[in-house]
Every structure is written in C-alpha cells, then in structure tokens.
Write a protein that binds this ligand. Structure first.
Ligand code: XMP
Ligand code: MG
Length: 178
C-alpha cells in the first residue's frame, strides 16, 4: 500500500497536531452552546473521530453520506444523498465535518439542504482545502491544510475505497489511477 504513495504531504503527527488545534478553536468559539456535528461519510470518518475527542463542549453526532456522480477523481456537481441524517436539524447549531473541499459543489449542496431544514447555524470544518479547483464561491469556517491540486489519499481519503486506513496523507502515484 505504501508503495503506491509518491509523496507524504502530512505526517500522522502533523495531522494530529492540527486536528487538536481545530478542536480547541471550535470549543472556544462555541462555548456555552450545544453542537450537532455531522460527519460526511465516508472520507471524514477518521477526522471526525479525532476532532470530537478535542472538542470540550457538549455535542451530538450524526452521519450523512453523499455521492457525486461522475469520474472517481472528479466531482460532477450532481450530488445525491445516499444516507440522510437520523435527527432533525431545525434550530440546531450544525457543524459539518468534511475531509476535503475541491470544487466546493458537495459542500454548497449540503449547506443548502441544512439551511432549508432551518438549522440555526451551519458551520463548516474541512481538514483539507484545494482552493485552486473551486467552481463555487465557498470558504470553510475552519480549515486544516491548504493543498495543491493533486489527488490525495489516507486519513479517511480513498482512491477506489482503498488507502483510507493510512494514518498520514499522501499523493498517489499517477500510475496507480491512470
Ligand atoms: P467537491 O468537488 O464537491 O468534492 O468539493 C468534494 C469531495 O470530493 C472528494 N475528493 C477527494 N477524495 N482525494 C480523495 O480521496 C482527493 O484528493 C479528493 N478531492 C476531492 C471527497 O470525497 C470530497 O468530499
Ligand atoms: Mg471519496
């Protein structure tokens, strides 16, 4: 598996330090409130698990799975809800936990859905951001790392469902996906 990685972008230690920082920042900013944390499956599952361990305010968790149609390394902009939330978001302070923002289409769709369901507030934390590929005007409220336009795997992120279990994040060798 490690042989398919061209370059490690962020080590396990670097990611853990950043996730801790994000958790502490969110805890401070939402002091006295009660968050509904939404994990966008599957890519954000490890990030969410590590993040909430560093959040010190009360919170509820829920999961949502979406898919964007089209090629596996590109988002087509057509988003479909594969698994919806179990709980209503009306009147809740919602925190969307995303692995990575690329075009921004998935996230803008999700924000729209949650706002139409009358969430009190919708906040976004993304571990990775590829601003160079944005097609919609969207900035996460909290962000871990800004990365160049390369397909990355590990720490929850996959290529064809593989590599999610790597504790670091790296760039896949082009020969693996071409
Ligand atoms: P959009 O374009 O809607 O895409 O912002 C966001 C979703 O696309 C996936 N994505 C990636 N997955 N490595 C991955 O494993 C990547 O480099 C990558 N870039 C985008 C991801 O599922 C994200 O939620
Ligand atoms: Mg994926």
């Amino acid at each position: 598996m490690q042989r398919d990685i061209q370059e490690v972008l962020y080590s396990e230690e670097q990611i853990q330090a950043k996730v801790k920082e994000l958790g502490q920042q969110i805890s401070r900013d939402f002091e006295g409130r009660n968050l509904l944390v939404i994990c966008v499956l599957k890519g954000a599952f490890i990030f969410m698990a590590d993040l909430v361990k560093n959040v010190t305010i009360p919170l509820d968790l829920d999961f949502m799975a979406v898919s964007s149609y089209g090629a596996s390394t590109k988002s087509s902009g057509v988003v479909k809800i594969i698994k919806d939330l179990d709980v209503p978001v009306e009147g809740r302070d919602v925190l969307i936990v995303e692995d990575i923002i690329d075009s921004g289409l998935t996230l803008s769709y999700l924000i729209d859905v949650l706002e139409r369901r009358n969430a009190l507030s919708v906040t976004v934390v993304a571990l990775f951001d590829k601003p160079g590929r944005r097609t919609v005007d969207l900035e996460p409220d909290y962000k871990g790392f800004t990365i160049p336009d390369a397909f990355v795997v590990g720490y929850g992120l996959d290529f064809a469902e593989k590599y999610r279990n790597l504790p670091f994040v790296g760039v896949l060798k082009e020969e693996v996906y071409s």
